[in-house]
Design a binder for this molecule. Structure first.
Ligand code: MG
Length: 257
C-alpha cells in the first residue's frame, strides 16, 4: 500500500470529491478510513452555507464514514470568525437559510434589517423581498460580504444557482461586488484550519474537484493541492486553466494505491 501524497493533514471538499448527490464516489470511503487509520488528520471543507455541520456529519455517517463534528468546517464558520474578530459589534442583514441565520445569531452576531453589513449566503429560501432589501442597503453604501464565491452548486437534477450567481445579480443592480468573501479560496477559511492544526503548511493538502475554489485555496494559502477529476473539472478545463494543482488524480480512490 502506497500513499501517493506526502501530507499529514488532508482537507477534503465534499460534493464531486467524496460524494455525488447521495452516492459516495467509488473508493472514497475506503480511502478516508485508511487515511484515518494511518493517523492522518482528515477534515471536510465545504463552502455550502445553507446547511450546518451536523447535516454533513449525518450524511458522511450515512454513506459509511464515521465523521465527527470537529472534522467538518464550513464557510459559515469562517464567516462567523471573521465577523467576530474583524467586525466586532457590527450588525448584519443576511440573505441566508433559517439554519444560516440561526447559526450567526447563536454566535452572538446581531441580525437586523437596517444593518451595517449585507451578508450573502447560499439561500435556498431566497425571496425577491430579501434581494430588494439588500439592494437598498447597498445603495446606502453599507458593507457587502459573502460567505463563498461558488457560481453553482451541483445537484442530481441540475446545477443550483449559488452565491456567485447572486453576487452577479446584486453587482448588476447596485454596482458593487462584495469586499470580503470568507470561504474557499480566501484566507478566512484557512485561518480556521491554521488555528486547529499544528503542522507546516507544506504538509497540508487540499483535495477537491473545483479549480477556482478548492485548488486556488491550496495555492493561495501555501498548501499542496490535489485536483480529482471525479466532479466538475474535465482534463480539457484543466489544460486551459491558469490555476494548476500540485497533483492530479482520477479520484480520491487513487490517493492510496
Ligand atoms: Mg466540489
Amino acid at each position: 500500500m502506497e500513499l501517493k501524497i506526502d501530507a499529514e493533514v488532508f482537507l477534503f471538499d465534499l460534493d464531486g470529491t467524496v460524494y455525488l448527490g447521495d452516492q459516495p464516489i467509488d473508493g472514497a470511503i475506503e480511502t478516508l478510513k485508511m487515511l484515518t487509520a494511518m493517523g492522518k488528520k482528515v477534515f471536510f471543507l465545504t463552502n455550502n452555507s445553507s446547511k450546518d455541520k451536523s447535516e454533513y456529519v449525518l450524511k458522511l455517517n450515512k454513506i459509511g464514514y464515521p465523521a465527527v463534528k470537529e472534522q467538518v468546517l464550513t464557510s459559515t464558520m469562517a464567516t462567523i470568525q471573521y465577523l467576530n474578530t474583524r467586525r466586532k459589534g457590527k450588525s448584519v442583514y443576511p440573505i441566508g437559510t433559517p439554519t444560516f441565520v440561526a447559526e450567526i445569531k447563536a454566535a452572538g452576531i446581531e441580525v437586523k434589517e437596517d444593518a451595517d453589513i449585507v451578508l450573502l449566503a447560499f439561500d435556498t429560501t431566497l425571496t425577491y423581498d430579501k434581494i430588494w432589501k439588500a439592494n437598498i442597503l447597498l445603495e446606502k453604501g453599507r458593507e457587502f460580504m459573502a460567505t463563498h464565491p461558488d457560481i453553482v452548486c451541483p445537484s442530481d437534477i441540475g446545477d443550483m444557482p449559488d452565491v456567485g450567481a447572486l453576487m452577479a445579480l446584486l453587482e448588476c443592480s447596485c454596482g458593487r461586488a462584495p469586499s470580503v468573501i470568507c470561504g474557499k479560496p480566501y484566507s478566512p477559511m484557512a485561518e480556521i484550519i491554521n488555528s486547529i492544526v499544528n503542522v507546516e503548511k507544506e504538509k497540508i493538502v487540499m483535495v477537491g474537484d473545483r479549480l477556482y475554489t478548492d485548488i486556488l485555496f491550496g495555492i493561495n494559502n501555501g498548501y499542496q493541492s490535489l485536483l480529482v477529476l471525479s466532479g466538475e473539472t474535465t482534463p480539457e478545463m484543466l489544460a486551459s486553466s491558469g490555476i494548476q494543482p500540485t497533483h492530479v488524480l482520477p479520484s480520491v480512490k487513487e490517493i492510496i494505491a
